[in-house]
Design a protein. Structure first.
Length: 217
């Protein structure tokens, strides 16, 4: 019997074997738990539908009052007083002012959400997280949500009706997400889910599943 080893079937070269294991490890890291956490939804505790709608109603009322008062103050400062016919130039200035106030208010809501929640959510004990459980929710997703809400205000009464209808969705959805949450890939959860150890630590931007998987490695 020949002791020769057939070509290509010899023992694995330790050097090459090590490289192969490294490649496999890198491939695992690329699709590892953190990557999965970024791209997949995380099942988290849900608030009640009434708590969600209550928070949205409070925020909507406060936003309306804030916009109305700020517009009145700025319009008075610029001489765009109500009750008189505006020139074409003044009308353009008034329209631009309205846009600036609306989108400025949207940005304020984004900052509030990033720093602990809007007034309505704080009163209701809720927080906004990414669909993958990351808290605070990503800037881009929050901007999409609030820019959509305030952009609809440009359509007057019809826009206001659309916003209110979209905010009512949590009554009928098991995940308690409204239309704007769905479009921005966000979810609203009880505060304890993100601040009480039920998810990634506040301010860390880690998803719950990523933290759990990393701890188990």
């Amino acid at each position: 019997m020949s002791d020769e080893t057939p070509e290509g079937s010899g023992p694995t070269d330790p050097e090459h074997g090590s490289e192969h294991e490294t490649d496999q490890s890198a491939a695992h890291d690329d699709g590892g738990p953190r990557a999965r956490a970024r791209s997949t939804a995380v099942d988290m505790p849900r608030p009640t539908g009434s708590a969600r709608v209550f928070a949205s109603t409070i925020d909507l009322v406060l936003a309306g009052v804030f916009v109305y008062v700020l517009l009145g103050v700025l319009a008075s400062m610029l001489g765009l007083l109500p009750g008189r016919k505006l020139t074409a130039s003044e009308q353009r200035s008034a329209d631009l002012l309205y846009l600036v106030v609306l989108f400025g208010t949207a940005l304020i809501f984004v900052l509030l959400e990033r720093s602990g929640g809007s007034v309505g959510k704080r009163l209701s004990g809720l927080r906004t997280a990414g669909l993958n459980g990351v808290y605070p929710a990503p800037w881009a997703a929050l901007l999409v949500k609030y820019l959509l809400i305030f952009a609809l205000q440009l359509f007057g009464f019809i826009g206001a009706i659309l916003v209110m209808a979209g905010l009512m969705f949590p009554f009928w959805r098991p995940d308690r997400r409204n239309v704007f949450d769905l479009l921005a890939r966000l979810q609203v959860v009880p505060k304890a889910a993100v601040l009480g150890g039920g998810a990634g630590s506040a301010g860390t931007g880690e998803a719950p599943s990523a933290t759990a998987d990393a701890a188990g490695d």
